[in-house]
Design a protein. Structure first.
Lengths: 114, 109
């Protein structure tokens, strides 16, 4: 009974391609996030949505576009992929996005750009 | 901005105790989390501290000193399955969770 799920788990693609990663949570949470974990293992916030509304938008290239069709889903679309986009992307969710709320992470999507 | 420092790697023996330190500099502190991340897996929640002092949860304890910008995670009675990375994360302005680089703990028999 997976709480936060992501697809695909692995994604290997060529530079210049466009790809999407999907995320779903069945915890009934209002807030969802996208993080990027690079080769040095730093987890960095990219985006956050609360009830389908964008609330955190860090300095990421506009090739990255999140989309939240409903509060249980947050997808990440990446255009014109570059070598530097290779990383593990984690989706997460929290109850209401409050500072005290625990974030629950998905299993990650390992993106490799060749 | 925020700055979070923790050691890159630590090694300890099964059954022993290990203390992972985390120092931070941030504006508008709202709490500190510790997460555990096994290789190739998702980070999972271990603890949350917002007030000074020690929070104990079974074999794991977490301590916070807000005035010193300092926290530690204490792992007692180490088991082989505790080999993982331990991530210190601070919640500050904008409700954003900022992570340190993680401390990789290797437990040896």
């Amino acid at each position: 009974d997976t709480a936060v799920s992501q697809t695909p788990k692995y994604l290997v693609t060529q530079m210049g391609n466009d790809k999407s990663i999907k995320c779903e949570q069945n915890l009934g949470h209002d807030t969802m996030y996208w993080y990027k974990q690079d080769s040095k293992k730093f987890l960095k916030i990219m985006f956050s949505y609360n009830n389908k509304e964008l609330i955190i938008n860090e300095t990421v290239p506009n090739r990255f576009s999140p989309k939240s069709p409903d509060k249980a889903h947050l997808n990440l679309h990446i255009n014109s992929l570059e070598l530097g986009d290779s990383a593990v992307y984690f989706c997460a969710s929290s109850k209401q996005g409050a500072v005290t709320d625990t974030q629950y992470f998905g299993p990650g999507t390992r993106l490799t750009v060749l | 901005g925020q700055n979070i420092d923790q050691p890159t790697e630590m090694t300890a023996t099964e059954g022993a105790i290990v203390q992972i330190n985390c120092t931070y500099q941030t504006s508008g502190f709202n709490g500190l989390f510790w997460y555990q991340q096994h290789a190739g897996e998702a980070p999972t929640f271990l603890s949350y501290n917002v007030l000074d002092g020690l929070e104990e949860k079974g074999r794991f304890s977490s301590f916070l000193s807000r005035s010193k910008g300092y926290s530690y995670l204490l792992l007692k009675e180490l088991q082989m399955k505790d080999s993982a990375s331990y991530l210190c994360a601070v919640t500050a302005a904008g409700n954003k969770l900022t992570f340190g680089g993680g401390t990789r703990v290797l437990v040896k028999p």
